[in-house]
Ligand binder design. Structure first.
Ligand SMILES: Cc1cc2nc3c(=O)[nH]c(=O)nc-3n(C[C@H](O)[C@H](O)[C@H](O)COP(=O)(O)O)c2cc1C
Length: 202
C-alpha cells in the first residue's frame, strides 16, 4: 500500500494566466489555512508551466473536482504541459472575474479565484499562500474528489494480461507507475523526478 495515496486530500485544477499565456494543472495540495481572513495554500512544482504563470501574475484560480470527474480531465490537465498544448482547446470554460479561464465541464464543482499573499521556496516546489478574491459554485451538490477515490475508481486499472506481460516501474518518490521500458531521460509526470528514482516492480 502506498501511504501517500492515503493522506486525505482533494484533487483540483489550478488555472493561471500571465499575459497571453495560460495553463492549468491538476494539484492535490490545495488546503485552507485560515477562515478569517480566508486563506489557502498550494504547492506547485517549479517545472510546471502553471507554476511560472502563478509566480509571474500573482493570481490563480483553483477549481474543485468532484467524483464525477472523467479520467480524460485528469489526463488533459495533469499529464501534459501547457507549454506544448492549449489545455482549454475543445472544452467549455468560463472566464473568472480576474480574467483566468476555468474549465466548465463535468466534474468541476466551482472555483476560488485567488491572489498570492506570499511564497515559500520549497526547493523543487513553491508554496503559494493565497487569499480569496471570489468564489463561485457551478453545482448545487456533489462529492468532492479525493486522491484515494481517484486512485480506486477513476484511474484506469491495467488489465491483468498486461500486468503479466509488461514490465512496470514505480516512482520511489510519489508512487507513480510507468508501464513498459523506462527511457533513461524519463521524468515522472506527477513529481518530476528522473528515471534514477524509479525501481522495477518485480
Ligand atoms: C493526480 C495528480 C496530482 C498532482 N498533484 C500535483 C501537485 O500537487 N503539484 C504539482 O505541482 N503538480 C501536480 N501534479 C502534476 C501536474 O498536474 C502535471 O505535471 C501537469 O502536466 C503540469 O502542467 P503545466 O506544465 O501545464 O503546468 C499532479 C498530477 C496528477 C495526475
Amino acid at each position: 500500500m502506498n501511504l501517500l495515496f492515503k493522506i486525505s486530500c482533494g484533487l483540483f485544477v489550478l488555472c493561471a494566466k500571465a499575459g497571453k499565456e495560460e495553463s492549468g494543472c491538476i494539484i492535490n495540495t490545495f488546503l485552507q489555512q485560515t477562515a478569517v481572513p480566508e486563506t489557502f495554500s498550494i504547492t506547485v512544482n517549479k517545472r510546471n508551466f502553471s507554476h511560472d504563470l502563478v509566480e509571474q501574475s500573482g493570481e490563480c484560480v483553483v477549481a474543485i473536482l468532484s467524483t464525477e470527474t472523467d479520467f480524460e480531465t485528469i489526463k488533459r490537465f495533469g499529464m501534459q504541459s501547457g507549454r506544448s498544448v492549449d489545455k482549454f482547446d475543445g472544452i467549455d470554460f468560463k472566464t473568472t472575474s480576474i480574467g483566468i479561464k476555468v474549465p466548465y465541464i463535468k466534474g468541476i464543482m466551482g472555483y476560488f479565484a485567488l491572489k498570492v499573499l506570499k511564497t515559500v521556496d520549497m526547493g523543487t516546489h513553491t508554496m503559494f499562500v493565497l487569499s480569496t478574491v471570489e468564489n463561485k459554485a457551478f453545482v448545487e451538490s456533489g462529492d468532492a474528489l479525493t486522491y484515494d477515490y481517484y486512485q480506486n475508481f477513476i484511474k484506469p486499472k491495467p488489465e491483468i494480461k498486461t500486468i503479466e506481460r509488461t514490465e512496470k516501474w514505480v516512482c520511489k518518490i510519489c508512487g507513480y507507475i510507468h508501464e513498459g521500458p523506462l527511457p533513461p531521460d524519463f521524468i515522472c509526470p506527477l513529481c518530476k523526478h528522473p528515471a534514477s528514482d524509479f525501481e522495477k516492480v518485480q
